[in-house]
Each structure stands twice: as structure tokens, then as C-alpha cells.
Ligand binder design. Structure first.
Ligand code: PAF
Length: 286
């Protein structure tokens, strides 16, 4: 059986026309913003969208504003035909795939910045440009589509918290929902960037989820956060991870530092570490 092609719109006007038509019919609309290079994780968010709404819109836009000049914007994997077929099969109703010119027309001068709180630690330290770029593009996407609900993966857990804060602060009137992280058979979190790993690196990367699972066990036993962070760093170093940007146990809502001493069940372990030239991130709830 051939899959019907997914309708694609490339302008804000066309996106709004379709979403308004659905709203006039009384339908609820979900949005799943992505940067393409889709995998099962993204598709699970589309399926979650369909559970929460009548129509799910996905967007694909590799957002230059969230990459620093030395990062992988040019290398970031792109393939709209493949992505579009996967979205259609997952039950997505519409693809919004704008050009850079549609999103950032000449003279574009406004940025959205979640200035304090959940945007500050972790990625806020390692990638200082990142959340400004994300908050700017996501506020635009949500204004453009005006969905009832928008879904983001918990794999980028801090991003989810930053977007939730931004949507609340700017009264966007959109419910922000997190979807659980999809994992490979060895528990490595699915990520478009996993495609950069060589076969040897991919095998070695399994140490990351294994260390996270161990960390959660140690924290539940009552071991102190600092000691657990040190043990995880040592495991990653031995497994061949090079630079470790952070391994930190923080509160899962506020991202405040926890400890010294045993941490409670609201804690979360966050990691960002480099395997060769690939930066991997993950987070596990305690
Ligand atoms: O998580 C992503 O893929 C991106 O950061 C997002 C939310 C689509 C914004 O560009």
C-alpha cells in the first residue's frame, strides 16, 4: 500500500490558513517542532500529539540561531523526503518546513531570552548561545501555528523546562508537554547526532546510559550527589569519552543544585560528554 504524501506548507500564511480551518471545525491541534533527521523519538512525539489532539502539525527547521559558529549547523543531517514519509506513516497531518528567509526575514531584530533560572546551569554554561536561539524560534513557531498543545522530547529536558517557562512568561496560551525519551536496545538515548558516531564510538557510547542507570541506583541507596557525579565521570573517562561538559545531580523542576547528602525522588542526573567529535546528552530521573 502506498502512503499518501504528507501535505507541506512553507509559509506562515499557509500554515495559519490550515490551522484556522481546523479550529473552525472545532478540532484540537498539536505541534511537534523538530530540526528534522527524524528518528523513533520524534515519531513517538507525533503519536503523543495524536493522542492529545485531533491534528498534529510537525515543523522541520534547522534553526541557525541556536548553533554557535563553531558548531555543527552545516553538518546537521537533512533529508526532507525521508522525514516527510516517516511523519506521514506516524499519523502527522501537516508539515511546516519554512525557509530561513521566512523565519528570519531581512531586518529581523528580536530575540527571546529566558534570562534566569532554568536556563542558567548545564547547557546554559556549555552552550551560552543555545537557549536564546531555541526560545526565539520556538516562540515564533508557536505564534505561527497557534496550536493547543506543543510537545517536546524529555531527552532535551532542560530545553523543555526553558520552553515551559517562556510559554508561561509570554502568556502564549499553549500547553507544553514532555514526551519520554526513546532509547536504543542498549539504552543510548535516540538522537539525530548519534549518526555522527563511528561503529566503535557507537559501541563505546553504551557506557553512558549504563553509568546513568548506576548513578540512579546509587542515589536511591542514599549516596551523596557529589560522590555519584565523580563515579559517573570516572566511568565515562574509562569508556573513552573525552571532554565531559558536566555530570550533575539537580532538582528536576527548578534545576537547583542538590546535596550535600542524600537527594530525594525529585532529583535528576544530567550529563553532557563528548565521544570523539560527537556531543551526547542524557538525563535520568532518580
Ligand atoms: O529540540 C529541537 O529539535 C530544537 O531545539 C527545537 C525545539 C525544534 C527548536 O529548534
Amino acid at each position: 500500500m502506498t502512503q499518501t504524501a504528507l501535505p507541506v506548507v512553507r509559509t506562515v500564511a499557509a500554515l495559519r490558513a490550515q490551522v484556522s480551518a481546523w479550529k473552525r471545525e472545532g478540532l484540537r491541534v498539536a505541534m511537534v517542532p523538530t530540526m528534522g533527521a527524524l528518528h523513533e523519538g520524534h515519531l513517538s512525539l507525533v503519536r503523543l500529539g495524536n493522542q492529545m489532539a485531533d491534528r498534529t502539525v510537525a515543523s522541520i527547521f534547522v534553526n541557525p540561531a541556536q548553533f554557535a559558529p563553531h558548531e555543527d549547523f552545516d553538518a546537521y543531517p537533512r533529508g526532507e523526503d525521508r522525514d516527510s514519509a516517516l511523519l506521514a506513516a506516524a499519523g502527522c497531518a501537516l508539515l511546516f518546513a519554512p525557509t530561513v528567509g521566512e523565519m528570519y526575514p531581512d531586518g529581523f531584530a528580536t530575540t527571546v531570552n529566558v534570562a534566569t533560572g532554568v536556563s542558567e546551569p548545564l547547557e546554559g554554561v556549555s552552550r551560552p548561545h543555545f537557549f536564546g536561539g531555541v526560545a526565539t524560534v520556538v516562540s515564533k513557531l508557536l505564534n505561527q501555528c497557534r496550536p493547543d498543545v506543543a510537545i517536546f522530547g524529555e531527552k532535551d529536558y532542560q530545553q523543555l523546562l526553558v520552553i515551559r517557562r517562556m510559554a508561561r512568561d509570554l502568556d502564549l496560551g499553549v500547553e507544553i508537554v514532555g514526551g519520554p525519551t526513546s532509547r536504543e536496545a542498549d539504552d543510548l538515548a535516540m538522537s539525530s547526532r548519534n549518526a555522527y558516531l563511528t561503529p566503535e564510538e557507537r559501541e563505546a557510547a553504551a557506557a553512558l546510559p549504563a553509568a546513568m542507570a548506576a548513578a540512579v541506583g546509587w542515589l536511591r541507596e542514599g549516596q551523596a550527589a557529589e560522590g555519584v557525579e565523580g563515579r559517573v565521570k570516572a566511568i565515562l573517562g574509562e569508556a573513552g569519552f573525552g571532554k565531559i561538559d558536566y555530570v550533575e545531580v539537580r532538582d528536576g523542576e527548578t534545576l537547583e543544585r542538590l546535596g550535600p547528602g542524600p537527594v530525594g525522588s525529585g532529583a535528576r542526573v544530567f550529563v553532557a560528554a563528548w565521544m570523539g567529535k560527537t556531543r551526547l546528552i542524557d538525563n535520568w530521573g532518580v
